[in-house]
Design a protein around this ligand. Structure first.
Ligand code: PLP
Length: 398
């Protein structure tokens, strides 16, 4: 299958207030927090014909093999703050988001044990969501940390290793006959007074929680910014982002938006050809649902529709998108293994998109369209490690 490329003609200016560091301040108090590595990969840069490739490695984040815990933990925290405020008849402000230091309803706390003790009055609670693997495991992990139950819905065809990973967090896992989008609908039906839906995608009437998920991802971007400042380096010129429902891409667009169109990195959405919902929506100028089967090996990107809240942000703020065949993901996994980074199929998608962009049949057109030259600097976000270890071994050793 041939890759597809779409260049966004929209020239965009960010009017929203810049994101704050409140999620980062929260994550720093979770067990095992550390800023994930930012690795220089000169051999990759040479292969791609650009000046520098930096790899931000999310294969181990807060005890899980993917970045998704950043969104899930912040969203659950905010949701519980709101619930506690409502049950006490207090106003639910947006603590921390505008302030430099956290000022939420559970403050002060400095360890997750102290926080969990403060949550006791909210029991019993179950957290639920649909997932292609990583978000569901993250929600299950947060439920266990905070002392709640978890019920996670996965689409048919989800790799057993990913189901086992979710179950290992103590969650009940149910396979839904259908696609990821069917699993989303199934999870939404679970909502009740004692069962909270913590979805990373949004739909009409369900927007607040996915917005917090998106905010939670900002921690990655602050870490990158702080590390580059420490090294005395500038922001990258191009930032390819694996695109599933678009929450991660929207977080990146929001982060760099205040810099303005000439200063911010070029942001490239990367999707599998089998589930190119961003590309189809960009071409149509509105949210489009692409029919299944969504059977890419980039399992986290097997989504048929962009998130409702991500769409206005990415449709204006993303510079281009590219839909790629699975073979590019395998190639990227091997290339990352050679520089010592363990990237699962979805985790390697950012590099896979960049390989297609810069070395594929249309590379000259792509380079010209995005102003990429031999000195350009790319930032690759490896969003997951080997979440299906057998498949990882097969691909990397092949
Ligand atoms: C490892 C990984 N990377 C990237 C993504 C894409 O994130 P989003 O769905 O917010 O676009 C996902 C989504 O599940 C994922 O699991």
């Amino acid at each position: 299958m041939k890759a597809r490329f779409f260049l966004n003609p929209t020239s965009w200016h960010e009017n929203a207030p810049p994101p704050t560091r409140a999620p980062l301040a929260f994550h720093r108090r979770l067990p095992g927090y550390r800023s994930t590595p930012l690795i220089d990969a000169p051999e990759l840069a040479r292969t791609l014909g650009i000046g520098q490739v930096l790899v931000k490695d999310e294969s181990s984040r807060l005890g899980l093999p993917a970045f998704k815990i950043l969104g899930a933990s912040w969203a659950v925290y905010r949701l519980l703050e709101k619930r506690a405020a409502e049950s006490e008849g207090r106003a639910f402000a947006r603590p921390g988001l505008a302030a430099a230091s956290p000022s939420g309803i559970f403050e002060p706390w400095s360890t997750v044990e102290e926080l969990a003790a403060g949550l006791a009055s909210l029991q019993p609670l179950t957290l639920t969501t649909a997932t292609d693997g990583n978000h569901g495991r993250a929600v299950a992990h947060v439920a266990a940390l905070f002392g709640f139950a978890a019920r996670i819905f996965v689409p048919a065809g989800t790799a057993q290793a990913r189901i086992d990973g979710i179950a290992s967090e103590g969650a009940f896992v149910e396979v839904v006959a259908g696609t990821y989008d069917d699993a989303v609908e199934r999870a939404a039906r679970e909502a009740n007074e004692r069962c909270l839906v913590v979805s990373d995608t949004s739909w009409p009437g369900y927007e607040e929680i996915p917005r917090w998920v998106m905010e939670g991802y900002s921690t990655i971007l602050w870490e990158i910014e702080d590390e580059l400042a420490r090294r005395g380096e500038k922001d990258p010129d191009i930032f390819p982002i694996p695109f599933g429902v678009g929450a991660l891409a929207a977080a990146v667009v929001r982060h760099y938006g205040p810099l303005g169109p000439n200063e911010r990195p070029k942001i490239l959405g990367v999707e599998p050809l089998q589930a190119a919902c961003l590309l189809a929506s960009m071409e149509a100028g509105e949210i489009v649902t692409v029919p299944g089967p969504h059977d890419s090996i980039m399992a986290g990107l097997n989504c048929g529709q962009p998130s409702l809240i991500a769409w206005p942000i990415v449709s204006q703020g993303i510079d281009a998108c590219i839909a790629i065949p699975d073979e590019r993901a395998r190639e990227a996994m091997r290339a990352l293994a050679r520089v010592g980074v363990v990237a699962g199929e979805t985790g390697a998608a950012g590099l896979a998109g960049l390989i297609e962009l810069l070395t594929g049949a249309e590379n000259a057109r792509h380079r010209a369209a995005l102003g990429i030259g031999t000195n350009s600097r790319a930032l690759i976000l490896v969003t997951e490690g080997a979440t299906d270890p057998e498949s990882y071994q097969r691909i990397v050793s092949g």
